[in-house]
Design a protein around this ligand. Structure first.
Ligand code: ASP
Length: 329
């Protein structure tokens, strides 16, 4: 999965950033040097878009955007990213109208699409599906969310937004709130944040706690074998006054087999003005979106609300990733 595709010829001048021809499947692929590189390119993309709107860096390149699950932001920001760089997109957002409905396998669909394109973005309901797609494809594959597994590009844009808003990551206290069991964004973000000196608070109903494999990474990891400080709690009021980042998630209704259970937990956390009054003056509220009831609309006008900035940043980060895997960054 992490290996450069065997059949690729990599010109010497592309050896530098290490992304050319690569799949982006997990945040585990990123260390601080790679993060700095992607964020630097994303910053350049922002400047370029603000000045000129678009460029021709990826002219002649085609992205296959293959979505087996609903998406608004991830799908359209990848499309916008490709188009703003002068490339084109094959959008497959309705797999029910593709040969998938006729029973075509994921490997065959991927091999078909790579015959027409230069890079494949895939979202799929099954954990591990993006890695499977990458295994069969010779062209780079980017994971846009694989079931309850990972959502690496979301975590990258989340981190980029934290840096933009707070100017640093080291030393921050980050609380993640809501559905930590099924929320793939918090799995990826946690695994990415262990690259920094961060303290975690995991706030959820008992039945939606962070999976043990993610907690294991917090307890001990390559960068810090002794692990990071963290707490597991149910009441957000216990931490709201101390956190620098409050990362709120939607309860993932589509992952529940018993909807009565979903109904029991769905509205347990609502960030409203009263809660925000107890938060620090310099902090941010994040959400990968879509929100259901987790954040009141009145909070949108609070300067600490960063979720719309996350959306915009997603496009810059995805531009950086596409340009990098296609060897044009
Ligand atoms: N859009 C995010 C995802 O695809 C978050 C969510 O759906 O709640 O994981």
């Amino acid at each position: 999965m992490m290996q450069r595709k065997e059949t690729k010829h990599v010109p010497a001048n592309h050896a530098g950033n290490g992304f050319y021809g690569q799949d982006i499947i997990s945040v585990n692929q990123f260390d601080r040097a790679k993060l700095d590189y992607i964020f630097h390119v994303a910053d350049e993309m922002r400047v370029m878009v603000e000045r000129f709107g678009s460029a021709d860096l990826l002219q002649g390149k085609i992205l296959a955007n293959l979505f087996y699950e609903p998406s608004t932001r991830t799908s359209s920001s990848f499309m916008a990213a490709m188009m703003r760089l002068g490339g084109q997109v094959i959008p497959i957002n309705n797999v029910q109208y593709s040969s998938v409905t006729k029973g075509e396998s994921l490997p065959d669909t991927v091999r078909t699409l790579e015959s027409y394109s230069d890079v494949i973005v895939i979202r799929h309901p099954e954990m591990g599906a993006a890695a499977t797609a990458a295994h069969y494809a010779q062209k780079p594959v980017i994971n846009a969310g694989d079931g309850v597994g990972e959502h690496p590009t979301q975590a990258l844009l989340d981190l980029f937004t934290i840096l933009e808003a707070l100017g640093k990551v080291d030393g921050l206290k980050v609380a993640m709130v809501g559905d930590l069991k099924y929320g793939r964004t918090v799995h990826s973000l946690t695994k990415l944040l262990v690259n920094y000196d961060v303290e975690f608070a995991f706030v959820s109903p008992e039945m939606l706690q962070m999976p043990s494999d993610v907690l294991d990474v917090v307890r001990s990891n390559q960068r810090r074998p002794e692990g990071h400080d963290y707490s597991i709690l149910e009441d957000v009021h216990e931490v709201i006054g101390h956190v620098d980042v409050l990362y709120v998630t939607r309860v993932q209704k589509e992952r529940f087999t018993d909807l009565a259970e979903y109904d029991r937990v769905k509205d347990q956390y609502v960030v409203d003005d009263a809660l925000m009054q107890r938060a620090k003056e310099r902090m941010i509220v994040m959400h990968p979106l879509p929100r259901v009831n987790e954040i009141s609309y009145t909070v949108d006008n609070d300067p600490r609300a960063a979720y719309f900035r996350q959306m915009r940043n997603g496009m810059y980060v995805r531009m950086a990733l596409l340009a990098s895997v296609l060897g044009k960054a």
